[in-house]
Ligand binder design. Structure first.
Ligand SMILES: [Zn+2]
Length: 438
């Protein structure tokens, strides 16, 4: 960042739940940080770059707790660079990336390699998530101290649930020394039984092997019990069932350090979406019933679900162009998340402020990272949104390498016009601005 570099975002509607602000205001950025927010931010000066934001919404940059950048090992699905481009295009200024790479991120060397790639991309902030267990094998704990020293902000065996409760208990106890959240992919593999669709009428009709809601709920219950016992911070990934919501509500009422996220696809779709065997709808946890989806929406509105996270999971065509049973699980999410959340807001499921809070301040607090708010001194990580612009989802036009979106052809409203990281415009009017790339 050049010394003294100034940027003025003029006349937008600044919506910043963490500051309690929702008003037309100017945002003045100096040296990569928010310098002032107000009706007429003074001190812009003549050499100041100006973005006219009249008619636009100005949010803190979105923060995604849960993405798969696929690098190292699966560069044909996504790379740190393409994932960062997708994030910037989606209004995200920071993403936390899951460790189920090849090799898995269970060592400082892998963490540093990911961070080096992110520095080279020079687009959005990348926070690696380390493994809970070595190789995600569920047996021996990874060295959390090394991972945190190298830059990890959380640990998770996402995609490979820690089936051994004793190992999970020790991981939670150990995590307290580093004050990091343990992110749990809640799936009892014995109950899931190798299923591919939500256990219900749709799976029965289609002849698909079912995954009961209990496969998730049994593990959410276990994590709640272990959070109570250890006092460690547990974050539940991609909550998908009504029963999980009930367990979370009880845990929160008790004051336990348990947080949770839900994905835009689980908040939007039901298992009816799989009826045409479109493998873009195959995801784990599976798309659930309308009752489950509606419970998630209510939980988001009430804050029982703290954050919206995409579980952005790009795959190659060869991973998905298969029979439903054999296709890989996952949905690309970074470039549709905001518009899908705004759709929930437009339908009255959730207030705009809660929705933005769930995409900004809450994930920042869960990860313990800067951003998610636009107060003086905060990093100038900002998203500019045109709330009126309608657009049609075309995965072939994604910046992500992944094309596996069940929202192909959907007409959505609300689009990212610009994404700003540390005061630098990294995405604007449909294009990546990668002047900062090394
Ligand atoms: Zn997962």
């Amino acid at each position: 960042m050049n010394s003294g570099r100034r940027l003025l975002i003029r006349g937008g509607r600044v919506i910043d739940p963490a500051s309690g602000r929702d008003a037309v205001a100017d945002v003045l950025v100096v040296d990569g940080a928010v310098a002032a927010v107000g009706p007429d931010a003074a001190g812009a000066g003549a050499d100041c770059e100006v973005i006219e934001a009249a008619g636009l919404w100005v949010f803190p940059g979105l923060i995604d707790l849960h993405v798969h950048l696929r690098e190292p090992g699966y560069e044909y699905k996504e790379t740190v660079l393409t994932g960062c481009r997708a994030a910037a295009a989606g209004g995200f200024t920071a993403v936390a990336c899951m460790p189920n790479t090849d090799p898995p991120n269970d060592s400082a060397a892998v963490t540093r390699a990911i961070m080096r790639k992110a520095e080279e991309a020079a687009l959005v902030r990348v926070y690696p998530i380390g493994c809970i267990t070595a190789g995600q094998q569920g047996q021996r704990m990874a060295e959390f101290g090394d991972l945190v020293s190298a830059g990890c902000r959380a640990v998770s065996d996402d995609g490979h649930p820690v089936m051994n409760a004793g190992v999970m208990r020790r991981a939670l106890e150990y995590s307290r020394y580093f004050d990091i959240p343990v992110i749990s992919h809640c799936e009892d593999l014995h109950l899931a039984g190798g299923g591919v669709a939500h256990e219900g009428a749709v799976a029965t009709r289609l002849g698909l092997k079912p995954i009961p809601a209990a496969a998730e709920e049994a593990m959410v219950a276990r994590e709640v019990v272990l959070a109570r016992q250890t006092g460690a911070r547990v974050h539940i990934a991609h909550v998908s069932t009504r029963g999980s919501v009930s367990l979370l509500a009880a845990a929160k009422a008790e004051g336990l350090p348990v947080t949770a996220e839900a994905t835009p696809h689980h908040l939007t779709l039901t298992d009816e979406a799989i009826s045409g065997f479109d493998t873009a709808t195959k995801v784990n946890p599976p798309l659930r019933s309308a009752e489950d989806r509606d419970a998630l929406r209510l939980a988001l509105a009430e804050g029982i679900i703290d954050a919206v996270a995409t579980d952005h999971a790009p795959h190659g065509l060869a991973d998905k162009d298969l029979e439903f049973d054999a296709a890989a699980n996952g949905i690309v999410g970074l470039e549709t998340a905001l518009s899908l959340v705004l759709r929930l807001v437009a339908e009255g499921s959730c207030s705009l402020h809660r929705a933005i809070d769930a995409l900004t301040w809450r994930p920042a607090r869960i990860l313990g990272v800067p951003g998610g708010r636009l107060a003086p001194g905060d990093p100038a990580d900002i998203a500019l949104i045109d709330p009126e612009e309608a657009w049609t989802v075309d995965p072939d036009a994604f910046f992500s390498k992944g094309r596996n979106s069940p929202f192909r052809g959907w007409r959505l409203t609300g689009r990212v016009r610009a994404t700003i990281v540390a005061g630098r415009i990294v995405f604007r009017d449909g294009a990546i601005v990668d002047e900062g790339r090394r």
